[in-house]
Structures are given as structure tokens and as C-alpha cells.
Design a protein around this ligand. Structure first.
Ligand code: GDP
Ligand code: ZN
Ligand code: ZN
Length: 596
């Protein structure tokens, strides 16, 4: 379409022309595919609620841990160690965490009591042993050590000597966590999780504690899935972990709260789903800092001396992870979804076109499927393919079509070596277009004589046996004996060196039909008048027009289609026969011109 020049160019609509194939098989395939696609699209729409606008949850979490644990501690007083029973309540074992959405429950601990700032021997770890003062360095601070070395090597006990340090003394002993864990009964503690959520885009707020909550409930995956009070032991059980094992070294446990909210009024649903997962690496080997622990101290004054009790606390950090979406019906989402699925309905077309193209017998005949020898299915597909597909050859200036009367097909000549007669170029064979017999009715207007007798081969029907007498010898490439040398300039001469036949035999110009279709002045005049009813044909111009019309009649007759006729080359015998009938009185004939 040319660039818009007027409103008429703009105000137009283009649509595709389609080929409807009346086939039960392909019709069935189309409907089956459409039904499958429609079912899938509808299923996805409903099951994933793709008609909703979804929004991520915003939430706040607050936790309360409850429970009492009885701990038997070994207390050393005046060199005597004795077990002491102590009760731990919430304030003793939970700590506020810096990070939100987390709480910590102590399950085990190591205590270093009565520490004060003075000089004392370092705890004998593997690298801390010394034998003399040379082994220690004044002012040295080892990151593993608990203080600054004074440069002296002093006895730690009867057998071992370590460097003296200035630190909280006595230095913390590098003992392993007690086993079993001291607060293993923390298993029975419960935690209440308050979780408020908000979907600002939908203007909807809710929380996980329902108005009718029974405060003495405990969460159970199936029996009580909405209770926000969790027994710590149950959390571990759900996650497939052993509480008393984790309690020794500590660990990190994730409590996931998943909100999948449907905020549509007709199917409102907005409840949390809880799940549990251990978040630290339980497979870390013992030496690679296992578990979860930290130190804290309680400070006090005794006889005006500042002292502290250092506690290394092992325990479980619970991280609460809240996620999920809230969705509400949104017409824009629905339209977008429907739009995005429409393209799937083109799948049937793609698939059936693929079948037709792949299994058309042209393809079957190729070496890819040598065994599929033009089966019926392929033949049918070839027919459909022919109806559906129109191939157009690139109209290159070098493109030419050639037709010989003794060959059933047409040849395409694309490359012609300079100076080589067109007759001698092999070219590529293409099927002759199917004859359109509707033209025959018009044809009969020109043919006054009776048609040739049926049952005889075409060539014999077309050609008269006896060739008319002619003057001078024909050129070497001529097979019919009627061709003449070209009179074009040297460089274009080879283009006209073409005979009507491939092998020696009678010439097409001697046929009755050639005379009637191509040379009949009456028929040609009729054709010209058919185009221009008021045409007045004057002598010289008349011959030129009749001649060109005769060329056209020949090419349409022998090449069967307008497209091919434009690039068809007339054999020399026909060209000169036509020129003899409708001669040019002055000057050279210009010959074939490239039409585009
Ligand atoms: P002119 O009448 O002096 O121009 O010379 P011609 O009798 O050779 O006719 C030239 C016209 O006929 C041009 O439009 C050519 O394209 C056309 N013509 C000549 N030869 C051929 C041919 O071999 N094939 C086709 N398709 N057209 C031809
Ligand atoms: Zn010839
Ligand atoms: Zn000939």
C-alpha cells in the first residue's frame, strides 16, 4: 500500500483470505485441539485464579513464649560441687532478638560464675600451653584468648602451665555443651504467635488469631490447624527433627506462615497455613561451629568489687517467615489473561499446516522420507498444499521461462552464460500451470473450424506433418528448421537463439492452432477491441499492436499463466513467423524487454 496520501488510503481495512479445507480428519483434529486448549485455559483460569489481581502480604509478628523448666545445676561452693535444683521461667530463657520476627529459647548453657577483672592463667587450650616465660609475649592479644598476655608463664593446675592474662578471671573454661541439654524440658514450652497482615491495595487487614479462639488450644496439623499456640516439641516433630538432639548445641528453626487469600466476596477465604523447616545446617560436623549459641553476662558488685556471671547460652532461634498473596477479581487481569491465551488457539492451525506441509508428497519424495512413496495421505496433502500455497519466483532481470513443444514441462532459466544460445541452456524443470478451460469458451469464438479429432497425441494434433517451404538454411541450434538468426546486437543475440523444439521434428508454427490462435488477424483484432472497444487501428500502428498481441497470445497459450508469460521467451521460429504476418516497415525490432 502506498504511503497515506488521502483519507481513502487510511480508511481501509485489510483482512486475510483463507482456504477452507473440507476434511473430516483435519476438522476433527482442529476441534480436539481447540477443546483441549479451551479446557486447559479455563482450568488454569479457575484453579490459579488468574482473573485476580494479586498483591504480596505485609505483616507484623509478635510472639509470647510460655513454660517453666526445672534444671539441676552443679554448683561449686568452697571447693565442693553439689547439685542444685532451679526453676527457669520465661524471663530466664527467652531473649528479645535484635532482628524482628524472631525469638530465642535457651535450651542449654555453660556458666562461669564469680568472674572479676584481675590476672589469672589462661584456660589450657591446645595452643595456649607454655613451659617458660619465653613462650608468652607481653601485650599479645590472641583473638581466641579471653585477655591480654602479661608475658609470664604460670601453672594452671598441678600438671599444666599457661600464659598469664589480664582478663575476667577465672577465665572461662572451654567445656563442651552439657549433654543431655539442661533445659531439655523446653520441649513442652508453648509459643503464641500473633500475626497481623495487610493487603493495602485491596484495603484488607486481618490476623491469625480468630475471634473465637480457644486460648488453651495447641496447634495440630490436622486436628487444630488454625490454633496460633505451638508446642516447641511439636514444631520439631513436624519438621522431622529431634528436639533433645538440637537442644544440646542449639539451632535455627523456621516457622513459615503462608497466607493465600481469596478476597472475592463470593468465595472469601483468608486463613494462614503453618509449616516448619530447620534453617541451620544440621549436617555441619562437630568441629565446624555447630548449632547456635551466644554469650551474655550478669553483672553485680560483691564487696565493692565488680563481678559478673558469664553465660554461654545454647538455644533455638525461631525465625517467623510470613509470605503469601491476596487476590481479588480484576477485570483488567481477566482481559489480559484472555488476550494472552488467544494465541494458543492458533496452535491447531500451526499443527495442521505442519502436517500438510510435511506430508505433502513433494516432501515425501525427497530423500528425507524415501520409504513414504506418495501414500494416499500424502497425495491428499499435496492437493491441499497446492490450493493453499502460491509460490512466486523472484522477478530477477535474469529470469526467463522457456517451453518446448516436445516437452511436457516448462523450464526456468536463471543463469545464461554470455554468448551461449538459450536453446543450449538446460534450466530447471517446473510444472506447467494447469490449463484453465473456462478460457476455452472464449477460444471457440476464434476457432471456426471443427476441433481436432480426439484420441491423438497432443503434439500430433497440433503440428501438421508437412513443413512449409522456407528460405535459407536454419542456424545450428534450430531443431525445427524454421528459425532465423537473431538480428539483435551482439550482446543480446543469444537471448533469441531459441527453437520451438528440444529434439528435431516439426515446427509449432506449422500447426493449425498456431495459425488460429496467434496469427489470425481477425482474432487478434477482436482481442484488441475487447480491451478497447472504440479502438481505431491504423496501418503501421495496427501492425505493431497486432504483433505485440500475437506475442502475448503465444506466451499465454504456451505458458498458461500471466505471471509466467511476462518472462517467457518466444522461440525464434514463432517470433519471425509473427513478424512476417505483422511486419514493421522501418527500423529494427527491439525484441524482449524485461517487464519490471
Ligand atoms: P518493437 O515492436 O519494435 O518494439 O519490437 P518487437 O516486435 O520485438 O516487440 C517488442 C515488444 O514485444 C516488447 O514489449 C517486448 O517485451 C515484447 N517481446 C518481444 N519478444 C518477446 C519475448 O520473447 N517474450 C515476451 N514475453 N515478450 C516479448
Ligand atoms: Zn527452430
Ligand atoms: Zn519452430
Amino acid at each position: 500500500m502506498p504511503a497515506c496520501c488521502s483519507w481513502n488510503d487510511v480508511l481501509q481495512y485489510e483482512t486475510n483470505k483463507v482456504t477452507r479445507i473440507q476434511s473430516v480428519n483435519y476438522g476433527t483434529i482442529k476441534w480436539v485441539l481447540h477443546v483441549i486448549i479451551f479446557s486447559y485455559v479455563s482450568f488454569a483460569l479457575v484453579s490459579d485464579k488468574l482473573y485476580q489481581r494479586k498483591e504480596p502480604v505485609i505483616s507484623s509478628v509478635h510472639t509470647k513464649v510460655k513454660g517453666i523448666a526445672e534444671v539441676i545445676e552443679n554448683v561449686t561452693e568452697g571447693g565442693v560441687t553439689r547439685p542444685v535444683q532451679r526453676i527457669f521461667d520465661t524471663a530466664d530463657y527467652t531473649f528479645p532478638m535484635q532482628q524482628g520476627n524472631s525469638f530465642f529459647v535457651m535450651t542449654n548453657f555453660l556458666k562461669s560464675e564469680g568472674q572479676e577483672q584481675k590476672l589469672c592463667p589462661e584456660f589450657p587450650t591446645r595452643s595456649a600451653h607454655c613451659y617458660s616465660d619465653q613462650g608468652c609475649k607481653k601485650g599479645w592479644m590472641d583473638p581466641q584468648s579471653k585477655g591480654i598476655q602479661t608475658g609470664r608463664c604460670i601453672p594452671y593446675d598441678e600438671r599444666r602451665k599457661t600464659c598469664e592474662i589480664s582478663a575476667w578471671c577465672p577465665a572461662e573454661e572451654g567445656k563442651d555443651a552439657p549433654r543431655p541439654a539442661l533445659l531439655r524440658s523446653a520441649e513442652n514450652f508453648t509459643v503464641l504467635i500473633k500475626n497481623n497482615i495487610d493487603f493495602p491495595g485491596h484495603n484488607y487487614t486481618t490476623r491469625n488469631i480468630l475471634p473465637d479462639l480457644n486460648v488453651s488450644c495447641t496447634f495440630h496439623k490436622t486436628r487444630n490447624p488454625q490454633c496460633p499456640i505451638f508446642r516447641l516439641g511439636d514444631i520439631f516433630q513436624e519438621a522431622g527433627e529431634n528436639f533433645s538432639e538440637v537442644a544440646v548445641q542449639g539451632g535455627i528453626m523456621g516457622i513459615e506462615i503462608y497466607w493465600d487469600c481469596n478476597l472475592d466476596s463470593w468465595s472469601h477465604h483468608c486463613y494462614p497455613r503453618y509449616s516448619f523447616r530447620r534453617l541451620d545446617d544440621k549436617y555441619t560436623n562437630e568441629s565446624l561451629i555447630p548449632g547456635y549459641n551466644f554469650r551474655y553476662a550478669k553483672y553485680y558488685k560483691e564487696n565493692k568489687v565488680e563481678k559478673r556471671t558469664l553465660i554461654k547460652a545454647f538455644g533455638i532461634r525461631f525465625d517467623i517467615l510470613v509470605f503469601g498473596t491476596g487476590g481479588k477479581f480484576d477485570i483488567i487481569q481477566l482481559v489480559v489473561y484472555i488476550g494472552s491465551t488467544l494465541s494458543y488457539f492458533g496452535l491447531a492451525t500451526v499443527f495442521i499446516d505442519f502436517l500438510i506441509t510435511t506430508y505433502s508428497s513433494t516432501f515425501c519424495r525427497s530423500s528425507v522420507y524415501p520409504y513414504c512413496k506418495c501414500c494416499e495421505f500424502c497425495a491428499v496433502n499435496e492437493y491441499y498444499y497446492g490450493k493453499k500455497c502460491e509460490s512466486v519466483t523472484e522477478p530477477k532481470p535474469t529470469l526467463k521461462y522457456v517451453s518446448f513443444v516436445d516437452e511436457p514441462h516448462i523450464r526456468i532459466v536463471d543463469k545464461q552464460l554470455l554468448g551461449k544460445s538459450l536453446q543450449l541452456v538446460k534450466g530447471q524443470e517446473v510444472l506447467r500451470p494447469q490449463m484453465d478451460f473456462t478460457d476455452l469458451s472464449r477460444l471457440s469464438l476464434f476457432l471456426h473450424n471443427s476441433p481436432p479429432a480426439p484420441g491423438q497425441p497432443e503434439e500430433v494434433q497440433l503440428l501438421c506433418k508437412e513443413a512449409p517451404p522456407r528460405s535459407g538454411p536454419s542456424p545450428g541450434w534450430c531443431q525445427c528448421g524454421n528459425c532465423l538468426p537473431s538480428r539483435l546486437p551482439e550482446n543480446r543475440r543469444a537471448l533469441e537463439e531459441l527453437c520451438c523444439r528440444r529434439a528435431p521434428g516439426p515446427c509449432i508454427t506449422t500447426s493449425e492452432l498456431f495459425r488460429k490462435l496467434v496469427l489470425s488477424r481477425q482474432a487478434l483484432q477482436l482481442l484488441l477491441l475487447y480491451q478497447e472497444p472504440l479502438l481505431v487501428l491504423e496501418e503501421e500502428a495496427a501492425n505493431r499492436r497486432l504483433r505485440h498481441c500475437a506475442y502475448r497470445c503465444y506466451t499465454i497459450w504456451r505458458f498458461g499463466s500471466q505471471d509466467l508469460a511476462d518472462f517467457a521467451i518466444l522461440p525464434s521460429c514463432c517470433r519471425w513467423r509473427i513478424r512476417k504476418a505483422f511486419p514493421k516497415t522501418e527500423g529494427q525490432y527491439s525484441g524482449f524487454k524485461y517487464p519490471y
